[in-house]
Design a protein around this ligand. Structure first.
Ligand SMILES: [Zn+2]
Length: 431
């Protein structure tokens, strides 16, 4: 029920403000020959890290993926150009032909001073995408690969990828959020986290040290958090939304340059177990492309919106070489935003303190928002879920950093440090 409210809040926030974008995304149906983007997986320079996680008995690095059969992207690119030249010309022609019927697209090259958000709104609403349209230029390599010229809206188009094997996708039935009654979902083979807190061997859901993580950014409010993290020499993990990355690329880059780990939180915050396989792939691929275009890297760590993950979603995620990162303590910081929840900052601090004390006592307790059975054998660690898209949750995050969990070098750990894993699947040299 509570998750449903969150869903509604999000759907309202995203859809109302992105309607202009979803309109033009409808035309983006170009089917491009299934090749890997030149800046996507090349299969080279992949640093393998085996097993040996330290994030608890069930958290480990799972790194045995084969990233498609892509010997050399230059060769592949030539092949793409030969094979799909006609297709691409077609797609471009279609896109151009339809362009006049669409609402004006914000020019990403136009200099933009962000319009200040009225002070009275700052505590209640995330920044409106209408005020902050996509700012990041759409890179040429992505046009070459997709045939498109603009960042998509809330419903990104599915672009086939030749390393995704649909035969490897586990057939778990689709389910809407908070709809967990189907018997098939109860099967251990479905392993739904959003329904039953089920985790698989390659899920990360805890950490040897109590550590914060932040979802839904980047946002203008992230800057304040970055200042606080910097002052306390603390590194953290951000799970970012593609739609926000293209609006606030400079915030993303600042966070990255400050040494924080940038993870994926999908393109537009959809509940993945309710999407088709193609819909899930689209949410992941566009997220990765926006991270690649902004940070010149491919993410390793992925947090599903609303914790919505089952073995169907995992079997797709693994083919991207990524691993799910869940949590064992939910601050429910977003509940402060709805007065009917009667939750305020003090409640959040108290719950985190309680969780910390329980872990310190070695009970492995789950705390108010914890995952039952997810204890880590008496260590004082844990992985805390927070949000950096809204000022009020950022302020709470800073207070938790300063006075509840504490900061300092390696006082908290980033997700890869939690499990002894790699930061990114690949980092590219800047052109
Ligand atoms: Zn989220």
């Amino acid at each position: 029920m509570m998750k449903l409210q969150y869903a509604i809040t999000w759907v309202f926030y995203l859809s109302s403000s992105f309607s202009y974008a979803s309109e033009y995304s409808k035309r983006l149906s170009a089917k491009i020959s299934s090749v890997i983007s030149p800046k996507f997986y090349s299969g080279k320079d992949h640093r393998g890290v085996s097993g040996a996680g330290t994030g608890g008995p069930d958290s480990r690095v799972f790194d045995g993926y084969v990233y498609g059969q892509t010997p050399d992207f230059h060769v592949q690119r030539q092949m793409q150009q030969q094979v799909s030249h006609a297709e691409q010309a077609n797609a471009n022609a279609n896109a151009n032909a339809n362009a006049h019927a669409l609402p004006p697209i914000p020019n990403p090259f136009a200099p933009k001073a962000p319009t200040p958000v009225p002070v009275s709104k700052q505590h209640e609403l995330p920044p409106s995408p209408m005020i902050y349209p996509p700012k990041l230029p759409f890179p040429q390599w992505l046009t070459d690969f997709t045939g498109l010229h603009e960042w998509p809206g809330l419903d990104p188009p599915y672009i086939p990828l030749d390393f995704i094997d649909f035969n490897k996708i586990v057939p778990v039935p689709l389910h809407p959020q908070a709809s967990c009654s189907a018997m098939t979902l109860r099967s251990p083979s479905s392993c739904s986290f959003d329904c039953f807190n089920c985790v698989e061997v390659d899920d990360v859901y805890t950490c040897p040290k109590l550590s914060q993580t932040f979802d839904d950014g980047p946002s203008p409010y992230t800057l304040k958090l970055l200042d606080a993290l910097n002052l306390t020499h603390t590194q953290t993990t951000f799970f970012t939304l593609g739609v926000n990355i293209v609006r606030f690329p400079e915030v993303y880059q600042l966070a990255m340059r400050s040494g924080h780990i940038m993870g994926s939180h999908t393109w537009s915050h959809k509940f993945l177990p309710g999407l088709s396989n193609e819909g899930i792939i689209a949410q992941i691929e566009w997220s990765i492309w926006s991270m690649n275009a902004t940070g010149h890297h491919l993410p390793k760590w992925f947090r599903p919106p609303y914790g919505g993950i089952d073995n169907r979603v995992r079997s797709i995620l693994r083919q991207f070489g990524m691993q799910a990162v869940l949590w064992d303590f939910d601050t429910f910081d977003w509940k402060m935003l709805d007065h009917s929840n009667m939750r305020n900052e003090e409640d959040v601090y108290n719950d985190v303190r309680k969780f910390k004390q329980e872990r310190m006592r070695g009970r492995g307790g789950a705390g108010a928002g914890g995952v039952s059975g997810g204890g880590n054998g008496g260590s004082a660690g844990g992985l805390i879920l927070e949000h950096d898209a809204i000022q009020r949750t950022v302020d709470v995050g800073i207070e938790i950093l300063k006075n509840v969990v504490g900061g300092g070098k390696d006082h908290q750990l980033t997700v890869p440090k939690c499990v002894g894993g790699i930061d990114y699947i690949k980092s590219f040299k800047r052109d």
